[in-house]
Design a protein. Structure first.
Length: 76
C-alpha cells in the first residue's frame, strides 16, 4: 500500500473515529531507514530516477527542467 492510498481512506473513515484509530494503528506505512524509499527529490518529492551525483539530490525530471539554471550544458 502506498502512502497516498493510505491517506485516501481517511476521508471515508472521518465519521467513524474508532475505526479510523484502528486503521491508522495497523496500516501506517513503516519509516524507511535506507533504500529507495528514503531518498526523495528536494523539489517535487518524487523518489524514482534520483540523482545524487554532485550533491544535486533531485529527480531526473526536475534535473531536465532546471539543468541550465544549475549551470549544466548540453553536448551533442
Amino acid at each position: 500500500m502506498t502512502t497516498s492510498d493510505y491517506k485516501k481512506v481517511f476521508k471515508q473513515l472521518e465519521v467513524k473515529p474508532a475505526k479510523l484509530k484502528k486503521y491508522i494503528k495497523h496500516n501506517a506505512p513503516k519509516e524507511r531507514k535506507f533504500g529507495k524509499g528514503i531518498k526523495k527529490c528536494k523539489l517535487c518529492g518524487r523518489n524514482g530516477g534520483y540523482i545524487q551525483q554532485y550533491n544535486l539530490n533531485i529527480c531526473r525530471q526536475c534535473f531536465r527542467a532546471n539543468a541550465k539554471k544549475l549551470g549544466f550544458k548540453k553536448y551533442m
